[in-house]
Structures are given as structure tokens and as C-alpha cells.
Design a protein around this ligand. Sequence first.
Ligand SMILES: [Zn+2]
Length: 388
Amino acid sequence: MTAESILAKLVSFPVLGGQSNLSIINYIKDYIESFNIVTTLVSNKQGNKASLHCRIGPAIDGGVILSGHTDVVPVKGQEWSTNPFELIDKGDGKLYGRGSCDMKGFIACCLASLPDMVQADLKKPVYFAFSYDEEIGCLAGHELARSIKIHYRETPKYAIIGEPSLMQPIVGQKGIYILETYVNGSAGHSSRIKEEVSAIHEAMRLMLWLEEKMNRLIEEGRIDNRFHPAHSSIHIGLVNGGIAPNVIADKAHFFWDLRTIPMDRTETILEEFETFCRQREQELKSKFEHFKIKTVENHPPVVHLDTKETDDIVGLIKRISGNSSLSTVAYGAEAGQFAAEGFQSVICGPGSIKQAHRADEFIDKKELHKGVQMIHKLIAELSSNNFR
Ligand SMILES: [Zn+2]
């Protein structure tokens, strides 16, 4: 089967992030197993979702993981000119459909190259690693990467995450963490503001602390020019609290997100914030003994990617992608999760991120072809005795 025909099949599974992906993962599993390759499913607790991994080639250390996610973003509210879950060739050199670009295109390239991998005299193995729920915050990537590390006696060395990058190697990605802070104050008439503890006033103090923390990081020169913006950002995006202008608010709540460059640690920023919160609680206890600030995770952290230019994978990806300029991205992806398990990781795949997540998403046929070419070059590399 060609990459295009496999892509048509993959696009026909309307699996959104958060939904069961068993239909598409079982299709992929059956396809891979038809080549006598053993697959492993990594299921969630409920058993309605699963990632898949498999090894093609010799059971020896080294080799490359090719990774992609099987879920896509919703189409609701978008003006599609064709059925989003049918791959449409309009004759303009593009293939339209939800996920064609992000990122079933890359999975199709992997699967279409499987017969060649099986035929090749691979000296180092290729692994496939296909996840679910990436689009709702990379929920399965970490477990998948860990499963590969634990499941096989031998250890792969590299991971290529085929997110759409127009085949440009991406070596950096910020860490992302979304949090919620709840403030519990005392109620009362607004005139008593000096005697009571307004949850809104205290929440404002916390929000300003966060903004100042970001500014302090910048002033301290914590800058990484590979990223745009080059600093860690802290942002409050949603605030709730209060019932009327003349009533002191006993509750306030805000959502915030942290996007950290690799040199900054979300944990450290959070610890400092918590210290400030405990300090405020102590200071106000005498006014209102139940004054409480609680910060909870709204979304599990997505770890950063920080692949060094000197890492061996950078040379490899430059050779097989045909692109030597390196880049970074601001969106979350599973690459950091593979890197955290010890695999040198990069993002590089066919299609443009500009086409992702929108109506009439498409992948250029030329891009799909480039994706297949990259994997063929990889097969050639892995078949060489010199591959390290
Ligand atoms: Zn994606």
C-alpha cells in the first residue's frame, strides 16, 4: 500500500483526542502484524484507549523510534468544504482531511515503508510508537516512551517525532504547565475590608507576584534565544470571584500557565510561589483563621525538549531530512517525553503546522513523498555497518 492509500484509511477513523482510539490502533496493529511483526499495546486503565509499539529489525541496542499520535482535534464549528473524515484529492496537489497533516501523514509514511524495513538488512532496529490523547495535552506519550524502555531488553537510542514541521528538524520545545489557584477568604460588607480578608484582593496579589516573577527571570538574564519569546512566560488567563461590588469576596479562583525555557524549572517557580502563599496565609491568619490558598494542577506538565546541537541525532536528522537548519517550537509535543526517558529526540515530519487544527486541513503530496523519502534514507542508514 502507498502512503496515500494508508493515509486515506487512517483519516477515515474520526478519533478525536479524549475518545477511544481502539478502532484506528487495531487497524494499525493488524496491518503491522500482517508483516509478522510483534506489536505491544499499552492500554489506559479503562481499556478503551491504547498506544502501540513494535520493533522491526534486530534485538540490539541502538536504533530509532518513529513516533506519532493517532488522535486529531475536533472539526465542530469549522467550515469544511469536504467531509473531514474522508481523504479528498481535489487535483491541486493536496490531500484534504482532518489529521492528513497533524499527524496521520507521518504515520502513513511509516506504515507504507514497513515492507521495505522488513526486506532491508537492518543492522539497528526501527521502532514504531503510536499514541493517543496527544491533542488534549500529550497524556499518553510519557507512558509509551517508558513502556518502550522497560519492555525491550535492548534500548533504542533515538526518537523522531513526526509532527508537521515541513521536514525541518526541531530540537527545542518549551515546557508547559497549567495550574489553578483557589483563594478562600472571609465574607462581609465591603466597608469592613480592613477587618476581613478579601479573596479577590489576595488573588490579585498572587497574580501580580506571578507577573513579577516572570519579569525577574527576564531581568536575571534567563534568556534562550532559540525560542520565541526567548524567556519563560507566566500568564493568568481566567479569573473568577465575587458576587457584588459591596460584598467582600470569600472566594476567588484563577487559571494560569507556565511556559518554561529549558534552563528554568516549572517546579522551582511553583515552589517559590507556594512559599509566598504560605507566607500570606501566616500573615492573615490572625484576621481570618480559615484563610487558605490552594494551587492544583489543571493539566499534567508537558516536559520541555532541549536537544543539543552536538547530540548525534542532530547529525542523523540533518542527513535524512535534507534540512540542516534547526528550529524550536512553542507548542507542546511528545518529543520532550521521549527525551525524558533517555532517547535523543527531535521533531521532524511532513506537512506544515500552519495547516494543522483548521478547516480544510491538508497535506501537500510532495510533503508526503518527502516523509517517505526520509524514512527510506533512515532505512539505508540503519542498514549500514557504520551506523552508531
Ligand atoms: Zn500533532
